[in-house]
Design a protein around this ligand. Structure first.
Ligand SMILES: [Zn+2]
Length: 304
């Protein structure tokens, strides 16, 4: 009798732990913007977890055991690709031992495969720093790219979970409509930004420039991923004397000191951009991300 009780008592918590969740697909997103997009398209059909926060550098994170466990249990990993995660994702996927999410499998989704890449090097020269062979990976700074990725991601969710294909298709159609309206609004609001000169800390915003017509005159990092040195900052100052910038942009995850230095030494206002969902208080979701980005750029551009 007591033995039976013990068995039941021990078995109960295990049963609870192994209860399947109601979600049809477990999604592991590499960055918050893709986690947010998967949630928009999957709703209650997906259980989303995100590998990085908006305050972490997505180029380099540690593949901690808890993250490896999440990769092991994922039905699909949704990442940027274009080598953004080359420093940690291949190791993470390998250590996960999860065949479904390996490169080339339907459970491995790379957002950058579905947009036109900018800054694709004609010649690959790694001595030029952390140069990405597949082009600039920071595609999420143009909302038109988000729309393209949404179409591809919805199709992938349908492929992975055909039983709910109609629901994903419906969610995608609704999202596409709301998003298109928002893009039209942002584009109109941001019209005064066309031709505005900017500096940036990292080559993180080329897609944003391509969308809004901002003109980058100088980058504070001497090479991608390399912190600016004092001597390089002097070169930057000289360049800005010839071609002044109206603002210097940095992403929420970055240390603002190089931008602050430029503010102090050249009077160029520093503008923190969320860069992804959660990067600023206003960037609570994908819509908030661009509401907030456009508002911050306009505020800086309206300063005399
Ligand atoms: Zn980068």
């Amino acid at each position: 009798m007591s033995r039976l009780f013990l068995t039941v008592a021990l078995a109960a918590p295990l049963t609870l732990l192994s209860l399947p969740s109601n979600a049809a697909l477990r999604v592991l997103a590499c960055e918050p913007e893709w986690g947010a997009l998967a949630q928009e398209l999957g709703g209650s059909l997906v259980e989303v977890s995100v590998a990085t926060s908006a305050l972490q550098d997505p180029h380099q994170i540690q593949a901690r055991p808890s993250l490896i466990a999440r990769a092991r249990n994922a039905d699909v990993v949704v990442c940027t690709g274009a080598e953004l995660e080359i420093g940690w994702l291949p190791v993470l996927l390998q250590q996960s031992g999860n065949a479904k999410v390996q490169a080339g499998q339907p459970g491995n989704f790379a957002a950058a495969d579905f947009v036109r890449k900018l800054d694709v090097p004609v010649q690959l020269d790694r001595s030029q720093g952390d140069v990405h062979a597949g082009g600039n990976p920071h595609i999420q700074t143009d909302p038109r790219n988000i729309a393209l990725v949404a179409v591809a991601l919805a199709a992938r969710l349908q492929q992975l979970d055909p039983a709910h294909a109609q629901e994903y298709a419906k969610a995608q159609a609704a999202f596409a409509q709301r998003w298109q309206q928002a893009v039209t609004r942002w584009t109109a609001q941001a019209a005064p930004l066309k031709g505005v000169t900017v500096a940036s800390q990292h080559k993180a915003f080329v897609y944003l420039y391509d969308w809004l017509g901002l003109k980058e005159v100088v980058v504070l990092e001497p090479k991608p991923g390399v912190e600016p040195t004092a001597s390089h900052l002097q070169t930057v100052l000289a360049k800005l004397k010839a071609t002044p910038a109206r603002m210097v942009l940095y992403a929420a995850y970055q240390d603002s000191r190089p931008s602050d230095w430029l503010t102090q030494n050249a009077g160029v206002p520093a503008v923190k951009l969320a860069f992804t969902v959660g990067g600023t208080d206003g960037a609570k979701d994908l819509f908030g991300l661009f509401d907030d980005t456009v508002a911050r750029l306009l505020a800086a551009a309206s300063k005399p």
